[in-house]
Structures are given as structure tokens and as C-alpha cells.
Design a protein around this ligand. Structure first.
Ligand SMILES: Cc1ncc(COP(=O)(O)O)c(C=O)c1O
Length: 391
């Protein structure tokens, strides 16, 4: 079934003002998400924040069911956290690691995650090992298999990197992790919302994601999935009265569901908005969303090849809605600035975001155009024509 992208555009006020190819940065919210967020803020102003949360209890709680449906998990396996980085951190810093333990990761790992590896390695004496890429530029499954031994305590990789269209073979990674009985943490920040994600098919134990990107939710929202069977093995690095109960003067008891990774005060309007955004994505169907995005992205890659000096830089056997490219002799930030004068949004991925990959390919930065299902073939055309006039 094809997705009714005209209907999606009608639901999206921003489509009238910009050509938005920065969906991997923050996508345009649909009207329903905007209304839910603004409506709740207005209610807070009218009747009080605690009272508004109580009155809208079901809408607040809906987000757990919506995310559970999105990922194919149970609601008690979901923690709603303010962004993907903190969600990932809450998972990662809970993993018990000691001297000589090994963390396996990939070349396209996200910068903040790698900084966390470095910090924990420095504190504990654990080591970080980067599995090389295969001939397609995605994580090598043979390389991963070879690296496994009894000292490996964690496999932590990124599904879709911040700087390109690569989709890592996460199901294959999951099989290796499962066979060896190793914890598997997946950063799905750039993939959730643009393709079907099933945590049981992937076989990950933890998965982190954000609300504002392909899910089209409000900023400052994200979530962490933790498999029921491992929740009790993972003690969060921070605890409060949401995460644990103060039982007696000297004792506390940590919650047994994934909300042990949350903290008490939160953005209720954002939480409601995230639930509405996930339901909105589900209403289109993630398979239909992925199909439409891939058609547009392939078209964009194809047409960019005809623009003078442009080179598409995406790696991987399977590619998604993120299209990375360079323009010979031009600074990416200058191209971005010139496009923005034409009301065209894209972004620049700097080396910081994925240092291992960018250093290996000799890039300081790349341009990133990321399409969503509400974009159009005509926008792809206009984008390439405008770019051609600037280079
Ligand atoms: C792969 C990846 N992981 C994590 C993040 C961080 O997400 P957030 O800004 O929601 O913390 C990003 C953001 O661009 C990302 O691309």
C-alpha cells in the first residue's frame, strides 16, 4: 500500500514554509502533535501542572503503550527519558564493567557514546574495541564473531549513524550477541520512525531513541527499551524516588520495571506529544513509511550524481533516508547557509559526531540531506536544481 503523502503534508503546517531535508536533525511536527503539546501547556497554565498531569493521566500513560507497539515490546520495558543520549547513558552506565572487560563497538559509533566508553574505560580499566567494517562499509559480522571471548561484556553499536545513509546489519549482530550471551545495546536514534523496528527480531537487550527526529515528536523527548529479563541485572547510575523507594532509614528498593531508568520531574506536554507522534507514525505503518522514504532517498542520490562536483558518500548494503554528500572545493557550512537562504533545510555532520568513520575517510564534515515521507519528488528536483545553481 502506498502512503498518502499529500494527506501527510496537509497535516504538516511546516510543509508550506520550508523544503525540509533535515529530518535526521528534527523533523516537522504534524498538527496533532503540536496541538497535544500546546494544549497541555495551556491546561497547566489554567489549572496547575500537577492537576493537569492528573487530569490527563491516560494521555501521559499512552506513550508507554505506543512505544511498546512501535518496538514490539511490553510497556513495562519502556522508560521515557529526555533525549536519546541520556536514554543510552542510563543503559550503558548501568552495565557492570571491570578491569579487563571488553566493550565491542563499530566504526560508525556516535560521538557521545564513544566519549562515555572512554570515560568508563578510564575509570574501570575496561577496554574498547572497534570492529572493522566489511567491504560495504557496515559492521563486519565475521569480524565481530572473531572478537568474541569470555571477557566481552557488551556489544554497543549504532543502527543508522548520524552522518549517512548506512543501515548496520543489526539482526546479524543480535544473533552473535545471543549465541555468546553478551548484552547488546543498540543506538537506534536515527532509525526509529523511519523503518520497522522489532526488538525481538533484532535481539537487542537495550535500545535508545529520540522523539524529535524521524518520529516527528517534540524536542526534549526520548526513550530507552530494556528487555524484561535483564532489567534486574542493571542498576541505574542515578536513583531518585521515581526509580526507587526509600523503605527505611538505611534501605531503598529499586523499581522492577524499566522506569527505574527514569527520574521524577519531566516534561508532561512533551511526553503526551511523544505518544501522539508515535501513534501518528503507527497510523501510517512503519513499512509504508520506510518504502516512501527509500524511494525519495534513492531518487535524491540518483539526481545528486548529475550535479557538478557532488559526490554521494553513503556507505552500506542497505541504505535509508539520510543522504550524505560532499561538493568539491566547497565548504559544507557555506552550502548549508546558501540553501537556507532559499528556504531549504539540510545539515552538516561534523567529524565529532562519528570521529572514527570521518577520520578513516578523511572528512572534516559532510552535508546531510535527510528525507521524510512528507517530502516530494518535486522537492528532490528543486533541491538538486538549487544546489546546481550554487556550486
Ligand atoms: C546516532 C545518534 N545517536 C544519538 C544521538 C543523540 O540524540 P539526542 O540528541 O536525542 O540525545 C544522535 C543525534 O543526532 C544520533 O545521530
Amino acid at each position: 500500500m502506498t502512503l498518502d503523502w499529500q494527506g501527510a503534508r496537509q497535516d504538516t503546517p511546516g510543509c508550506e514554509t520550508v523544503l525540509h531535508f533535515n529530518n535526521a536533525g528534527a523533523a516537522l511536527m504534524p498538527e496533532s502533535v503540536l496541538e497535544a503539546v500546546v494544549g497541555h501547556l495551556q491546561l497547566e497554565a489554567q489549572i496547575g501542572g500537577y492537576e493537569a498531569a492528573a487530569q490527563e493521566f491516560e494521555a501521559v500513560e499512552r506513550v508507554y503503550d505506543a512505544v511498546a507497539t512501535l518496538l514490539g515490546c511490553q510497556r513495562q520495558e519502556v522508560a521515557v527519558i529526555e533525549n536519546a543520549t541520556r536514554a543510552w547513558d542510563m543503559g550503558f552506565y548501568s552495565v557492570p564493567l571491570g578491569k579487563g572487560d571488553r566493550i565491542l563497538t563499530g566504526v560508525s559509533e556516535y560521538g557521545s557514546n564513544f566519549i562515555a566508553f572512554l570515560q568508563v574505560a578510564r575509570k574501570t580499566g575496561a577496554t574498547i574495541e572497534v570492529i572493522p567494517n566489511d567491504e560495504f562499509g557496515q559492521i563486519s559480522i565475521a569480524g565481530l564473531r572473531q572478537a568474541i571471548d569470555e571477557r566481552v561484556k557488551l556489544i554497543a553499536i549504532t543502527h543508522v549513524p548520524t552522518n549517512g545513509g548506512l543501515v548496520n546489519p543489526v539482526v546479524e549482530v543480535g544473533k552473535v550477541a545471543k549465541e555468546a550471551g553478551i548484552l547488546y545495546l543498540l543506538d537506534a536514534c536515527q532509525s526509529v520512525g523511519q523503518m520497522p523496528i522489532d526488538v525481538n527480531e533484532i535481539g537487542c537487550d537495550m535500545l535508545s531513541a529520540t522523539g524529535r527526529k524521524y518520529l516527528r515528536g517534540p524536542r526534549g523527548t526520548g526513550f530507552l527499551y530494556v528487555r524484561e529479563g535483564v532489567i534486574l541485572q542493571l542498576e541505574p547510575p542515578f536513583l531518585d524516588m521515581q526509580a526507587a523507594e526509600w523503605v527505611s532509614r538505611d534501605t531503598f528498593k529499586i523499581r522492577s520495571d524499566a522506569r527505574r531508568f527514569e527520574n521524577w520531574e519531566t516534561n508532561y506536554a512533551g511526553k503526551i506529544g511523544l505518544g501522539v507522534a508515535v501513534d501518528y507514525a503507527l497510523s501510517w505503518g512503519l513499512a509504508a513509511i520506510e518504502r516512501r522514504i527509500c524511494v525519495l532517498a534513492e531518487r535524491l542520490r540518483d539526481q545528486l550524481k548529475d550535479v557538478n562536483g557532488v559526490k554521494v558518500q553513503d556507505l552500506g548494503q542497505q541504505k535509508c533516508g539520510i543522504v550524505s554528500f560532499t561538493v568539491e572545493g566547497k565548504e559544507p557550512s557555506e552550502i548549508k547557509r546558501l540553501l537556507s537562504q532559499e528556504k531549504i533545510n539540510i545539515s552538516v555532520s561534523s567529524a565529532q559526531g562519528t570521529r572514527l568513520d570521518m577520520d578513516a575517510r578523511g572528512f572534516m564534515s559532510v552535508l546531510r540531506a535527510s528525507v521524510h515521507y512528507y517530502n516530494t519528488e518535486a522537492e528532490v528536483e528543486r533541491f538538486c536544481t538549487t544546489l546546481a545553481s550554487l556550486v
